[in-house]
Design a protein around this ligand. Structure first.
Ligand SMILES: Nc1nc2c(ncn2[C@@H]2O[C@H](COP(=O)(O)OP(=O)(O)OP(=O)(O)O)[C@@H](O)[C@H]2O)c(=O)[nH]1
Length: 339
């Protein structure tokens, strides 16, 4: 059944038998979406979730940022996360074509901004090794999103709702094993394997030299940091401020990222950041960042509550023109006094 909004007759709603209410809007801005919720037909129930389907060329990071900012200003909607449906069979070719065309890299940007990635059309990729190759390529762009393989996008709704992709303050909730409830998206940061450790006290890990891929395109780095003193944690915050607010790598003069002469297209851009920092008191601080905004908050849980056995600190950065990993390592070491 379809309805027109009383306030705005241009806005029409379609009520589906499964309880969903659909509405098409031209600009998926936060105000338009809040208006849409407010204008829903009389008698419609409270709204549990709003799902916004963006066009194929939209930049979800920008839109996620506007939602997140609005939430901080007391908006009525809370940003849960970004879900990306990938045509698994064609994704590698699409990424390569985008790179060759030197286009806006929409495909990579959408993967970069996602908290959950549905690898759809599994029926068209039968070979497990092909799957793994595709997953690895996607993980090079975004190592922290949760992957789900799907056929016709069928997925348990708990995998796409309540994912806490932007959560930094999940309160503890004792489960049966006495462990606190930590959203999967935060746990995923703890479980990240680095490509290379920032300290000599390293971990066994898969070494992926992705520095070449990062020179021009969109890519990511995962950094392992040790348990941090309060002073080092403050320094990490200084590093994060420079990174998000000025697109600079603190602690180093050199490197493409810090070169003011570099043209706009080649400059460092942070698309998404996540982190988990454990301090010497056993407290856990979670970082969520998108573009030029970030939030760093202490969780209500202690490091021992994380499923990972020896949780150190982790920083994950996804962006464009990240440049050399060595420059990042040097900057982090200098800023945090890790040498
Ligand atoms: N083989 C196969 N085909 C699928 C699967 N899921 C979707 N399709 C087909 O893929 C085509 C595109 O599906 P859509 O759901 O319209 O994809 P979309 O990207 O949302 O399309 P637009 O919104 O129009 O951009 C349709 O012909 C679907 O039937 C799948 O798991 N396997």
């Amino acid at each position: 059944m379809s309805f027109s909004s009383e306030q705005d007759p241009q806005t029409s709603f379609l009520s589906l038998p499964n309880g969903c209410l659909c509405c098409s809007i031209l600009e998926p801005g936060i105000t338009a979406i809040e208006n849409m919720v407010a204008q829903r037909p009389e008698g419609e129930k409270e709204v549990d979730w709003v799902v916004v389907e963006l066009t194929g060329v939209a930049d979800p990071a920008e839109i996620a940022k506007s939602f997140w900012t609005n939430e901080e200003m007391g908006g009525m909607l809370r940003l849960d996360g970004v879900v990306c449906v990938v045509d698994t069979k064609n994704i590698i070719q699409q990424l390569e074509e985008d790179e060759k065309a030197n286009s806006g890299n929409e495909c990579a940007r959408q993967i970069a901004a996602s908290d959950v990635i549905l690898l759809n059309k599994t029926d068209l990729v039968q070979d497990e090794s092909a799957f793994q190759q595709i997953e690895q390529r996607i993980a090079e762009i975004n190592p922290i999103s949760l992957f789900r393989r799907t056929h016709r996008s069928a997925v348990d709704l708990s995998n796409i709702f309540g994912i806490g992709g932007y959560s930094t303050n999940e309160s503890s909730e004792n489960g049966t094993k006495g462990k606190a409830h930590i959203p999967a998206s935060i746990q995923a940061i703890a479980e990240q394997r680095t490509h290379e450790a920032t300290t000599d006290h390293a971990h066994s890990h898969q070494h992926v030299d992705s520095s070449k891929k990062h020179l021009n395109g969109i890519g990511s780095y995962v950094f392992d940091l040790p348990v941090l003193s309060k002073a080092q944690l403050d320094s990490v915050e200084t590093f994060l401020q420079a990174l998000h607010w000025k697109n600079r790598i603190e602690g180093v003069q050199s490197g493409k990222a810090n070169d003011e002469q570099v043209d706009e297209r080649s400059r460092l851009v942070v698309l998404r950041s996540k982190g988990l920092f454990v301090d010497t008191e056993g407290d856990v601080h979670v970082l969520q960042g998108v573009r030029d905004i970030y939030e760093l908050n202490k969780l209500d849980v202690k490091a021992d509550d994380l499923e990972e056995e020896h949780p150190g600190s982790k920083l994950v950065v996804i962006g464009r023109n990240l440049g050399s990993r060595d420059v990042w390592l040097k900057g982090l070491r200098m800023t945090c006094g890790l040498d």
